[in-house]
Design a protein around this ligand. Structure first.
Ligand SMILES: [Zn+2]
Length: 437
């Protein structure tokens, strides 16, 4: 963590963004919610479209041209000085989980908008175009898919996914068209003209608050591997099956859960990159108070920032589950439900964010993101990085989610100064004889 020695504490009035304007926008967008369950603005719903219409008006008032791309992303654009230059892109999402918070996603969209407004207010023209994006359906949607818009922009929204069905049997491709996308022209949503992508987001965890740090600079967005582990033993009468003659699948499953917890803790303690393991589903069958469990099914969620660590872990897990099953007289099967690679944040963009924090006298901390984000898909087509701001008690995806106005303003300021620096740096690089030619 770094705070420049001798710098004054950060005060909102010293910042290059208008924190009050951001806060009133954030509050206004959050208030577009299902009234009986705040704060809910589910993607593809009328409420979501109402929020988007409000956002588009705000984008236009900030002097941006607006459009919906073929994947249903709302994009505001400010032209740059250099014709044909690739874009610097900022963005996040305006949809929420059911009964979610006011900041997840929205903070990043409002901060991006504020960067555009602060540049205009300062009379700053960039060499590169600036685009700000509200990505469609970042949260898991009713169609069973998350990051719909950023997948589309990365060219990763392929055939099978578009056929997923949601409420009333509507297909995802029809839903994207319904909210203003154009699936027939989906290839046009794929971008190869993005020089840099930055996303501001609330941390959704407790680290920044606990360490008193102003911003987190994300090293990588974790890869996520989900497994289904099923132990099969033999169901029997709990009163009449002696302890030394049991094939108790429940005990095997419980031992597996403890092993997963202990191994993940050991990896974290070894300091070899971020790694977490969670058993969020554990089902015992047949499930009677007087029945020795015949089967236990676990769904395991593993997240890590290093693929090598994940692969080592999976190899040890396979051997360990077999050993536990053997000792309990049970059998075990391990199946992969899903597996995604970690997305590494770009070193140049991270350095720009860190330098921006230093120039503002703001403390920063390098950290992995344990949650998925649109930036993970953008990193497939452009250098991408993220800045985190603290949230109270690390709580997120709940109505209590909270960030202080000053914390949001500090984060947006870091974003703004990073955009200025990257605009200059990218121009030097692209110039004839440029520094990285
Ligand atoms: Zn989010």
């Amino acid at each position: 963590m770094q705070r420049e020695a001798g710098t004054a504490p950060v005060h909102p009035s010293n910042l290059p963004v208008d924190g009050g304007r951001m806060w009133s926008d954030l509050t206004a967008l959050a208030s577009i919610t299902e009234p009986d369950r705040p704060w809910t603005r589910r993607s593809f719903t009328p409420r979501f479209l109402e929020g988007r219409a409000w956002l588009e008006r705000r984008f236009r008032e900030a002097g941006l041209s607006t459009r919906l791309d073929a994947a249903g992303n709302l994009i505001g654009r400010r032209e740059g000085r250099v014709p044909g230059a690739p874009a610097i892109m900022l963005g996040s999402h305006s949809d929420t989980v059911p009964s979610g918070g006011r900041f997840d996603g929205v903070a990043g969209v409002i901060a991006a908008l504020e960067v555009a407004r602060a540049l205009a207010a300062a009379g700053t023209e960039l060499d590169h175009p600036l685009e700000i994006v509200d990505f469609l359906a970042e949260e898991p949607s009713e169609y069973g898919l998350s990051c719909v818009g950023s997948r589309g922009m990365a060219g990763a929204l392929d055939g099978g996914l578009l056929e997923l069905t949601g409420p009333g049997g509507e297909r995802l491709d029809a839903a994207i068209d319904r909210v203003g996308g154009n699936v027939a022209a989906l290839a046009q949503a794929r971008r190869d003209d993005v020089a840099a992508f930055l996303e501001l987001h609330i941390e959704q965890g407790p680290v920044l608050e606990a360490t008193g740090t102003d911003v987190g600079i994300v090293t990588a967005i974790v890869g996520i591997t989900r497994l289904e582990i099923v132990f099969s033993g033999q169901a029997g009468h709990s009163g009449t099956t002696p302890m030394d003659r049991r094939q108790d699948a429940g005990v095997a499953g419980a031992r597996a859960m403890v092993w997963l917890r202990d191994e993940a803790r050991a990896l974290a303690a070894a300091g070899d990159g971020y790694f977490v393991a969670t058993v969020g589903i554990a089902e015992v069958r047949p499930g009677g108070a007087n029945v020795v469990p015949g089967e236990m099914r676990l769904v395991v969620d593993l997240r890590g920032e290093r693929r090598g660590t994940m692969e080592d872990f999976l190899a040890r897990l396979g051997a360990e589950m077999a050993r536990i099953a053997g000792e309990e007289g049970a059998r075990v099967s391990v199946a992969t439900l899903s597996d995604s690679l970690p997305a590494h944040c770009d070193a140049t963009l991270r350095a720009a964010l860190a330098a921006s924090a230093r120039s503002l006298g703001v403390s920063s901390l390098d950290m992995a993101s344990g949650a998925g984000h649109d930036a993970a898909f953008l990193s497939r087509i452009a250098p991408a990085a993220m800045v985190f701001i603290p949230c109270r008690e690390g709580r997120s995806h709940c109505p209590e989610e909270w960030t202080e106005p000053g914390q949001l303003a500090v984060g947006a300021s870091v974003l703004l100064e990073a955009v200025r620096a990257l605009d200059a740096r990218l121009s030097r690089r692209d110039a004839p004889g440029g520094e990285e030619a």
